[in-house]
Design a protein around this ligand. Structure first.
Ligand code: TRP
Length: 331
């Protein structure tokens, strides 16, 4: 039986943080390395062109994002890893899909709407600073998904609307030409929200984050910034009321968790608790950090993986695109 196609894309941007690692990267890798699906992960570099307008910067981000996923355990034998820009069939399909994307729906896409709202709030022209690329972002995303007839698309909540738009475009096309595209299903991740240094959800915009691959010393320094109260060291402490413990749980095993609970009950100084936290985080991250550095120092390894991934996926892409082109009558 052929396996279901599972596909997701990541925009190359700045280094992800520990919250992205726990909440998105780790579960996505587990899913795509499982034998349940035919996994695909791609770097959405053309999507980044909407915001990144410096070649050297985009090039660095592309290597970083590929190195991060490979370092975190993505197995390129099992999961096809490729770069969007290496697959010209996606862009051919993009135009075709544009002709089936209703403008009314694109008007309602969150990212575009937010930008228009911001312009209106500042008494600017509603489309000030809006490129056609931003406006058509959902169509390119539909092409990313539909070009190999993906079944399952794992994404964060904020992307669900885009999958719905992809389904809508696919249905509009199928309405004219029959069952050419499969309608993809979004799979959202539950739970696993890592708190940041101040206790709110870890997020770059709150400046409470820990970048995934910072040197050990910097990691220790950041962990030391975690907010604590002024309870004296010898007082017993409630682990359920401690940010350090909340983060600890994501990295420690059961016996480590039990041990730290006991130490909280006996009374532990916050400095010591932070040291324990640093130890578990670092022991999970440091082998990955080494792999990451290895890829970043040997970019040819990344190039090879991406080239192999693109050649694998293009075989399917060409075959599917041929069917689409026959259907619309250009072939
Ligand atoms: N828009 C997605 C994000 O910002 C990235 C992305 C691009 C994507 N194309 C995709 C995700 C196709 C899933 C499928 O996170």
């Amino acid at each position: 039986m052929t396996k279901k196609i599972c596909l997701t894309g990541v925009k190359p941007t700045e280094m992800p943080h520990l919250g992205n690692y726990i909440g998105a990267i780790k579960p996505a890798i587990e899913l795509s390395n499982s034998d349940e699906f035919d996994g695909h992960l791609f770097i959405a570099d053309y999507h980044s062109l909407i915001g990144v307008h410096k070649g050297s910067e985009l090039r660095d981000y592309i290597y970083e994002v590929a190195a991060v996923w490979l370092a975190c355990g993505l197995d390129p034998e099992k999961t096809t890893l490729y770069k969007q820009s290496d697959v010209p069939e996606i862009l051919e399909l993009n135009w075709i899909l544009n002709c089936f994307a209703s403008k009314g729906i694109l008007n309602r896409a969150h990212a575009y709407k937010a930008k228009v709202q911001d312009n209106e709030d500042h008494n600017r022209d509603p489309d000030y600073g809006v490129s056609a690329g931003l406006y058509n972002y959902p169509t390119l995303m539909a092409a990313d998904i539909l070009f190999i007839n993906s079944d399952i698309v794992p994404v964060g909540e904020d992307q669900v609307q885009h999958i719905e738009i992809a389904r809508d475009i696919a249905s509009a096309f199928n309405h004219h030409y029959g069952d050419i595209f499969k309608l993809p299903t979004a799979k959202t991740r539950e739970g696993a929200l890592l708190p940041g240094l101040d206790g709110r959800k870890m997020s770059k915009s709150y400046h409470n984050h820990i970048p995934l691959f910072v040197p050990e010393k910097k990691l220790k320094k950041l962990i030391n910034k975690i907010t604590t109260d002024s309870t004296p060291p010898e007082d017993p402490k409630n682990p359920d009321d401690s940010l350090i413990f909340d983060i600890y749980k994501f990295f420690a095993n059961d016996s480590q968790i039990q041990n730290l609970k006991n130490r909280y009950a006996e009374g532990i100084g916050w400095g010591h608790a932070k040291l324990e936290l640093f130890e578990v985080v670092n022991s999970e991250i440091s082998p990955l950090r080494e792999k990451y550095n290895h890829y970043m120092n040997n970019k040819n390894l990344v190039d090879e993986v991406l080239a192999e991934g693109a050649s694998r996926v293009r075989k399917k892409a060409m075959e599917n695109l041929r069917q689409v082109k026959e259907a619309i009558g250009v072939l």
